[in-house]
Design a binder for this molecule. Structure first.
Ligand code: NI
Length: 178
């Protein structure tokens, strides 16, 4: 278990498509997940995708549990999601501010589907199938984008809504980094 370096925007590894996991419940997968948890916790992130620590596999983790950095956010159970498939439920979108551990200190206003179903597998290879909305749906879309080499600035409709946290939100820091 170790806190790993989080790659920053500009690193080509963040632009690559991740490969599916083919073997579950292995020592390698357990070690990867332990490192991801340690790294996410050390950075107070809401989520982390394996490519952010330089591992090109379809593995994401996320959790929102009374994080002091965004007390208004709803709780999201700690989830390991492997080989995910997302299905938007309806066309409705909503915009909200997002951050990313790969773009520290920045925020952008990003549209996401409000409701979606996500399917995939947990660390033991058990199927996962959830229908979620709001912040939970947002975090999942952000993390799964990482598996396709997409960082949130590509989703911003109007780049005037992109900037430094300390300028956009002086004196407060209540938006998640993922
Ligand atoms: Ni991110």
């Amino acid at each position: 278990m170790a806190v790993r370096e989080v790659l920053k925007m500009g690193d080509a590894r963040l632009l690559a498509r991740a490969e599916p996991v083919s073997a579950f419940d292995t020592p390698e997968l357990r070690a990867l997940l332990a490192d991801m948890r340690d790294t996410m916790a050390a950075q107070h992130g809401a989520g982390l995708a394996a490519p952010q620590i330089g591992v090109g596999l379809q593995v994401v983790i996320f959790a929102v549990n009374a994080n002091p950095r965004y007390p208004e956010a709803e709780t999201v159970p700690e989830t390991v999601l492997i080989n995910p498939v997302l299905t938007a439920l309806g066309e409705e979108e909503e915009e909200a501010w997002e951050g990313c551990l790969s773009l520290p200190g920045m925020r952008g206003l990003v549209p996401r589907y409000r409701r979606l179903r996500y399917q995939g597998f947990d660390a033991a290879g058990q199927p996962l199938d959830r229908t979620v909305s709001g912040f939970h749906a947002r975090v999942v879309q952000h993390e799964v984008d990482h598996l396709y080499g997409i960082l949130y600035p590509r989703r911003i409709r109007d780049l005037r809504n992109f900037g430094f946290t300390e300028v956009l939100f002086p004196g407060q820091d209540t938006v998640a980094e993922e």
